[in-house]
Ligand binder design. Structure first.
Ligand SMILES: [Cu+2]
Length: 437
């Protein structure tokens, strides 16, 4: 952890029991409680996590917050009448005869940071931290976190998407039903993506992120005559550059803006052999890129408590102009929200709702015949989908791999409505490796 600033601190002992008792019956002379509002004479239980020294959050129905005076408030959640500041001046190990260890001071700071320090004299503020397994969002979320100044992160993500069967509106369509309208129908499509990402933070407020995907697509079809055929495409997709700008960082919450741009590096000239002939231009969903510069504005909110974390993100994809094949893909809006539980200092699990809505195409590629197959029709591309995701995050809190992560998330649809006939997405798997330097 980088040093935040040079505020005074006292070391916290490194030998820590799971549960500490905190008494406030005496006040050490070296701590100024003059701005304390209502010192309490009470024993409080506080749960102290040795791997996350920032989360000094009392357990049970209590919640710790820093008030504007810089005093740690213990909020009694069971009773609104009880909300008092507590002075952590003696810490016992939970035995009946309290053993006084190093005092844990709460300074009356001018800002809302409480400065704590470990035995290495590292100052760690009472702030949102990425240094825990759920310090990153479920792996299916991009641009969820920012970094501290000077930090680099390298990542690899793999995603598999399975689209089996067609849908119109919210109804499933059989192949025969699609073939009543079109001579050819897609039956199934899979999409695989390998993405390399790099993040760098020139300052604590600004993190830059770049991502380049390599995409494999495969689509199976059947014709009215019963002929089955498969087309494939692959290649580097659109490169995305995003600036993440942190606008709020206090009380274990963060808010940052996602200001991204997608560059048309992916091909929109993918071809393959079909029954109509060799080397035919492939329909829209088999192309690798959008062909347009796309603006990716968004906002991300993150929150944490001792063992829980949560967050939400909204990201839009706004297509700028028309591509060289005379069309542009529909705009998209993605809204997601998640919550995660930290089981240990290296494991968390998450549950997530992920809603997306995307429009039809504007314009069309004149080489495609929309009467032949629904994937060639620019007005059968839009849709709305809500997914439920289950994720696992693994994190290395110490050792040679400190800060490295391995995460996986599996998403299933709760709701799908498509301008069809269109292939429906049945599930999506995302896995990723991340390393910080
Ligand atoms: Cu990162």
């Amino acid at each position: 952890m980088p040093r935040i600033n040079q505020k005074p601190f006292l070391p916290i002992p490194d030998t820590i029991s799971q549960t500490w008792e905190i008494q406030s019956e005496t006040k050490p002379a070296n701590v100024d409680f003059s701005r304390e509002i209502d010192p309490i004479i009470d024993r409080q239980q506080a749960n102290y996590d040795r791997w996350d020294k920032r989360s000094l959050t009392p357990q049970h129905e209590r919640e710790a917050q820093v008030n504007p005076l810089g005093v740690l408030d213990l909020l009694e959640k069971t009773s609104t009448a009880l909300s008092h500041p507590i002075s952590f001046d003696e810490i016992s190990t939970g035995q009946s005869t309290p053993e006084v260890l190093t005092p844990l001071p709460i300074f009356n700071l001018d800002d809302q940071n409480i400065q704590l320090a470990d035995s290495n004299n590292q100052i760690e503020p009472f702030r949102w931290t990425s240094g825990r397994p759920d310090g990153h969002a479920p792996i299916g979320v991009m641009g969820d976190h920012t970094h501290s100044a000077g930090e680099w992160m390298f990542s690899y993500r793999y995603r598999f998407m399975d689209m089996d069967g067609n849908r119109e509106g919210t109804d499933n369509l059989s192949d025969a039903e699609v073939l009543q309208q079109f001579p050819v129908t897609p039956v199934r499509m899979t999409m695989q993506m390998h993405a390399l990402g790099v993040m760098y933070a020139p300052s604590d407020d600004l993190t830059l992120m770049a991502m380049i995907p390599y995409v494999f697509k495969e689509m199976d079809h059947v014709t009215r005559r019963g002929v089955r055929f498969t087309t494939n495409s692959e290649g580097f997709g659109d490169i995305k550059l995003t600036a993440l700008y942190k606008v709020l960082d206090q009380s274990q919450q963060r808010l940052h803006l996602n200001i991204g741009m997608s560059f048309p590096t992916g091909s929109i000239e993918e071809r393959d052999n079909t029954p109509a002939g060799d080397d035919q231009i492939l329909p829209y969903p088999m192309q690798i890129g959008s062909g347009t510069f796309d603006l990716l504005p968004g906002i991300t909110y993150l929150g944490q408590s001792n063992n829980w974390s949560w967050g939400s993100q909204a990201i839009a994809t706004l297509r700028l102009g028309e591509n060289s094949n005379d069309y542009r893909l529909g705009n998209q809006l993605m809204l997601t929200g998640w919550t995660a539980y930290k089981w240990t200092d290296w494991l968390s699990t998450s549950i997530r709702l992920n809603g997306q809505t995307w429009g039809n195409l504007d314009g069309s590629d004149s080489r495609l015949n929309p009467m032949m197959i629904p994937t060639a029709d620019p007005d059968r591309r839009g849709g709305t989908q809500l997914n439920l995701g289950f994720g696992v995050n693994l994190y290395a809190p110490s050792g040679n791999l400190q800060g490295s992560r391995l995460a996986i998330e599996f998403e299933l649809p709760l709701y799908r409505s498509l301008d069809g006939p269109q292939l429906e997405t049945d599930w999506r798997l995302t896995a990723g490796l991340q390393a910080v330097f």
